[in-house]
Design a protein around this ligand. Structure first.
Ligand code: ATP
Length: 383
C-alpha cells in the first residue's frame, strides 16, 4: 500500500458496504475461490499470486488494462489453461492445483465470451437447451423459465440470424446459465455490442445473473462497465491484483496514483514533506508519518476542483473544506455535452490543471479564475 494518508480538513466520504446480493438466505461461502495463482509464459510471469473469492449472487469484475493478465486468469479458472502454481475451489471443492485437475466440463462453470457463437442451425429454444440433461419436459421448463428472464419468450422458435445483436447476446447468456453453473466467467461479454445498447443490456444481464444466484467473475478493461456491474472490483496491473473492494471504495480511496488515473483524468500537484506537512499554493496538506524531504504527489480528479471568480486580483476567502484558493488563467475550455473541461495555467508555477464544470459555463481563454481543491477528495501518494 502506497497511500500515505487521506488528507484534508474535512471528513473523507464514508465507505459503503458491498450491496447485498438478492437471495433468500445469506450465503457467505465462496462459490469460487482462487488462491495464489501464478502463470508464466517463456519465463515471464503474467499472472502473479492472484487470490480472490466470489460468493453466490455476487459479481466481481477483474478490471485492468490490456495485457495485465485478466483473460489468462479466467482461462485458468475455466480449465483451458494450466497454472504453474495455486489452487482453484468451486463450492469449497478443490478443482485444480498442480497435481489434481478436474476437466473444464466437470467444474460447474458457465462461460461467456465476446464472440459468443450461437448455433446458427438451431432455434433459440434448442440453443438454450443444448447443454441440458434430463427429461424433455424438464428441459422445456428450464428453457421457458430462462426465456422469460431474458424477456424473449416471443423468440422461442426463431433462429439466431433473425435476432438483433443484443437479443443474441441475451440468448447466449441463457444458454450459458441453463445448466445452473455455480460460476459464470464472462470475458468482455459486451464489447461487440452497439454502444447505445450496452447499458440496457448490462442492466438486464445483471438482473438475470442476480436472479439465478450464480457467482460471476467478469473481465473488462472498461472502468465504467466495472462500476456499473460489479459488487466488487479487483483491479489488476502487471499480473497482480493491486486493489480489491466495492466500486465506491476503489474510486474514492485509490491505492496509488495509477489506480486513481484508471478511473478518470487526474490532476497532480507536487510537493515536499516538511514537519509532516506539504505546503502548496492551495495551502498546507497533512502528511503524517513521512520523513522530511519526501517528494509527494497530491492527486485530485477534475470534477473535484472548485472554481470561483476573480475579484479585482483577489480570490474567495480560504475555507476549512477547500483550503486556500490559487489563481489560474483559462487556456482553453472544451464543451463536452453534459460538462465542460476547462484547462488552467496556474500563476504559482505555470503548471496546467483541468477542472470539469457544468457545460453552461464555458469561460474564454485568458480569463483569470480561482481554483480550490475539495480537501476530502484529495489523495497524497509518494512521488
Ligand atoms: N499462450 C500464451 N503464450 C505466450 N504469452 C501469452 C499467452 N497467453 C497470454 N500471453 C501473454 O500474457 C499477457 C497477459 O495476457 P492476457 O490475455 O491474460 O491479458 P488481458 O489482461 O486479458 O488483456 P486483453 O484485455 O488485451 O485481453 C500478455 O502479455 C499476453 O501476450
Amino acid at each position: 500500500m502506497n497511500l500515505i494518508v487521506f488528507v484534508g480538513n474535512a471528513v473523507p466520504p464514508k465507505p459503503v458496504l458491498n450491496p447485498q446480493p438478492v437471495m433468500s438466505t445469506p450465503d457467505t461461502h465462496p462459490r469460487l475461490e482462487i488462491r495464489n495463482l501464478r502463470r508464466a509464459f517463456a519465463g515471464r510471469e503474467v499472472v502473479s499470486d492472484v487470490s480472490l473469492k466470489v460468493t453466490r449472487g455476487q459479481v466481481t469484475c477483474l478490471l485492468g488494462p490490456s495485457g495485465c493478465g485478466k483473460s489468462t486468469t479466467l482461462r485458468i479458472i475455466a480449465g483451458v489453461e494450466m497454472q504453474n502454481s495455486g489452487e482453484i475451489y468451486v463450492d469449497g471443492n478443490l478443482v485444480c492445483d498442480t497435481v489434481h485437475r478436474v476437466p473444464p466440463e466437470g467444474r460447474s462453470i458457465g462461460l461467456m465470451f465476446q464472440d459468443f457463437a450461437l448455433f446458427p442451425h438451431l432455434s433459440v429454444a434448442d440453443n438454450i437447451a443444448f447443454g441440458l440433461k434430463g427429461s424433455k419436459s424438464n428441459k422445456r421448463a428450464r428453457v421457458l423459465d430462462l426465456l422469460e428472464k431474458i424477456d424473449l419468450t416471443r423468440a422461442i422458435d426463431q433462429f439466431p440470424h433473425e435476432l438483433s445483436g443484443g437479443e443474441q447476446q441475451r440468448v447466449a447468456l441463457a444458454r450459458a446459465l441453463a445448466p445452473r453453473p455455480s460460476i459464470m466467467l464472462m470475458d468482455e461479454p459486451f464489447s461487440g455490442l452497439d454502444e447505445r445498447l450496452k447499458d440496457e443490456i448490462r442492466d438486464s444481464t445483471l438482473d438475470v445473473l442476480k436472479a439465478e444466484g450464480t457467482a460471476v467473475l467478469l473481465v473488462t478493461h472498461e472502468p465504467d462497465e466495472a462500476m456499473r456491474m460489479a459488487d466488487e472490483i479487483a483491479l489488476m496491473r502487471d499480473g497482480r491484483i493491486v486493489q480489491q473492494g466495492a466500486p465506491y471504495n476503489i474510486y474514492n480511496a485509490p491505492v496509488d496514483k495509477a489506480a486513481a488515473a484508471f478511473f478518470s483524468d487526474i490532476n497532480v500537484i507536487r510537493g515536499k514533506v516538511k514537519n509532516a506537512m506539504v505546503d502548496t499554493a492551495f495551502g498546507a496538506f497533512l502528511c503524517p508519518g513521512r520523513p522530511d524531504g519526501t517528494e509527494v504527489e497530491i492527486v485530485i480528479r477534475p470534477q473535484h476542483l472548485r472554481i470561483d471568480f476573480d475579484r479585482g486580483g483577489r480570490g474567495p476567502a480560504p475555507t476549512p473544506q477547500d483550503g486556500t484558493p490559487a489563481r489560474g488563467i483559462v487556456e482553453r475550455a472544451r464543451f463536452m455535452g453534459r460538462e465542460s473541461i476547462v484547462e488552467f495555467r496556474m500563476d504559482f508555477d505555470g503548471s496546467v490543471l483541468h477542472a470539469t464544470v457544468p457545460s453552461v459555463f464555458l469561460p474564454k481563454a485568458g480569463t483569470p479564475l480561482w481554483l480550490m481543491l475539495r480537501r476530502e477528495r484529495c489523495f497524497v501518494f509518494p512521488a
